[in-house]
Design a protein around this ligand. Sequence first.
Ligand code: ADP
Length: 216
Amino acid sequence: RLKIIQITSGSRELDKILEGGIETGSITELYGEFCSGKTQLIHLPSKCLSCCFILPEGGGEGKALYIDAENTFRPQRLLQIAERFGLNGEDVLENIAYAGAYNTDHQSKFLLVEASMMVETRLALMIFFRSLQKIADEFGVAVVITNQVVAQVDGSAVFAGPQIKRTGGNIMSHATTRRLSFRKGRGEERICKVISATCLAEAEARFQISAQGVTD
Ligand code: ADP
């Protein structure tokens, strides 16, 4: 088996409750309401920048593949965050393979969206996650999925994605190795809570979103 690497999130508090950061060989699900920080987290460190850092700096010494189903990828944002780490913007962008998959033509080209098109039944969704887990295991990839939830009047939350809504989120909770919930605090503060993870305590961490991305 490939060695498991922890990739820093950019926030020490967040890394602490994750016991290092976003890990390779696992599927991490980030869920929370709109603007709770999910996209910022994958923009910055964990996926697109720090996975290219050298290992002693909390990086993965690798490359990122950003599969964008909602047109949320912002290269300008990455360049802005790259400055914080003194990274050359062009190098950073070269380390990121981008797959925009927001129309049916694009979708058919990519595994993730291809699978989501097939996901009409619970079974298909389970198969999809199993193959994602296989990719994570075999190639030592850290898979991170964002999932938007909409708060209900009664205080409960429903998942916004159509496939997820149909299955009530159960498949996701069984298929992902680490589930992290995100919510807004005061101002720029965001709160991340470990919801379920085999080896992590149910701790909370507070972090900020600034021009530099995710910070303490
Ligand atoms: P979601 O959970 O919907 O994916 P995001 O991760 O996109 O939400 O978080 C959006 C928040 O990120 C905004 O409310 C804003 O506070 C913050 N943000 C985005 N870009 C910047 C920036 N350049 N400087 C400071 N804060 C930013």
